[in-house]
Design a protein around this ligand. Structure first.
Ligand SMILES: Cc1ncc(COP(=O)(O)O)c(C=O)c1O
Length: 406
């Protein structure tokens, strides 16, 4: 009967460094809902919430696999058919490799975690863009490695300056993260910049982690593998069924390690870690084959829908006094900037917007931006009509906020 007097059980220190604003901010929204208010969630990049549907042939492949009894553990690197499909897809996109260099993962997220855990440990450094997709900094906090941020800025269309990245390379650098097309900015990088990033990775012998989860969602059509521009560079590519195949809840993705012997030990390390978690979701691995070998017409419709929403978003937000946004060229995100009054932060703006209008975005500092810079991220997956209504409310709130009303 001593339990009532015992203190709270402590958690490991690493938990304090692990932060994921995209979901953390939902706590605030839930409080509003508890008061009977309606919240419009523009914080999370899940197309299913907004009425987009997983293609029927993928659903059929996954359910057939369940009915056919593929419910046991799969090989830890994935079923051979899925690995073959991924290898063929990488090869088609200009990154030729064989199936033994592919690992099927629980989404891009697990691939990133496996690669970073294989490459970096306490005291090591990883080059990460800012703003960044927050999983990178969260995983680095977990494994005790340090993010070294390289800037991308709206003035340059959110495209990085590769010479500035080169100046950040040190003897402790273990990887270079490139997110192209990018979340949270919606940018995709010109070929010359992509080539320079690969040359840097090649010269400095640093693995380039190419997060290409949005490669099929560039509005002008699918983008080739980053590695295609420099076949000798050490590149590990990551993608999944979550975005371009509209099945984020399946937690099904892959990584593929470039066909250079420099990366053979890294591949072996990743496979060793993958053994420890047994396998990814076995029935869904069958849907990878259906996705990559099957019909992709849904992507044309999806890209057209995204382009329309991006145009609406840019036009409407740029028309708000005190707000500006770079036009995205891929994915479903935009990163507007509001000219904050002195002393106010991006979090003040986003929480104020939520409380006043029920519209939930994520503040830029959740992606590593400076709180005083006034960035926030919009997910523009809602229908054009709904987005239009939302942007009316954003405009009204912003006018009041900038006038000091809230
Ligand atoms: C840039 C980027 N990388 C990785 C992920 C994680 O994707 P997955 O669902 O494949 O784990 C996301 C999800 O939003 C993302 O935006």
């Amino acid at each position: 009967m001593t339990s009532r007097t015992q203190p709270a059980i402590p958690v490991a220190d690493r938990i304090s460094g692990f932060s994921y604003a995209i979901r953390n901010i939902v706590t605030e929204a839930r409080k509003l809902e508890a008061d009977g208010r309606t919240v419009r969630y523009l914080n999370i990049g899940d197309p299913l919430i907004f009425g987009f549907r997983t293609p029927a042939h993928l659903v059929e492949a996954a359910t057939r696999a369940i009915h056919d009894g593929h419910n046991g553990y799969a090989p830890s690197a994935g079923i051979p058919a899925a690995r073959e499909s991924v290898a063929a897809e990488c090869t088609r996109r200009g990154m030729p490799l064989s199936a033994d260099r592919v690992v099927v993962t629980a989404g891009t997220s697990e691939g990133i975690e496996l690669a970073l855990t294989t490459l970096a440990g306490p005291g090591d450094e990883v080059l990460v863009p800012v703003p960044t997709y927050p999983l990178y900094t969260a995983v680095l906090a977990k494994i005790g490695a340090r993010p070294i941020f390289y800037d991308t800025a709206p003035e340059h269309g959110w495209v990085p300056d590769v010479r500035a990245i080169r100046a950040l390379v040190s003897r402790a650098t273990r990887a270079l993260v490139v997110i192209d097309p990018n979340n949270p900015t919606g940018a995709s990088y010109p070929a010359a910049v992509r080539r320079d990033l690969l040359e840097l990775a090649d010269d400095c012998n640093i693995p380039l982690l190419a997060d290409e989860v949005y490669a099929d969602l560039a509005f002008d059509g699918p983008i080739d593998a980053l590695a295609s521009l420099h076949p000798e560079a050490p590149v590990i590519t990551f993608s999944s069924l979550s975005k371009a195949y509209l099945a984020p809840g399946w937690r099904t993705g892959w990584l593929a390690v470039g066909a250079t012997s420099r990366l053979d030990d890294v591949l072996a390390g990743i496979k060793k870690l993958a053994d420890g978690r047994l396998c990814s979701t076995a029935p869904m691995e069958h849907a990878i084959v259906a996705a990559l070998d099957g019909d992709r017409t849904h992507q044309q419709e999806f890209r057209a829908a995204l382009r329309e929403r991006a145009e609406l978003t840019t036009a409407r937000l740029n028309a708000i006094p005190g707000m500006s946004v770079v036009h995205p060229s891929a994915a479903f995100y935009a990163m507007p900037k509001v000219d904050l009054p002195p002393g106010r932060t991006d979090e003040n703006f986003v929480l104020g917007l939520l409380r006043a209008t029920g519209v939930l975005c994520v503040y830029g500092s959740g992606f590593g931006a400076k709180p005083g810079d006034g960035f926030f991220r919009v997910v523009f997956l809602a229908s054009p009509d709904e987005l239009s209504g939302i942007y009316d409310r954003v405009a009204e709130f912003t006018a009041g906020f900038l006038a000091g009303d809230s």
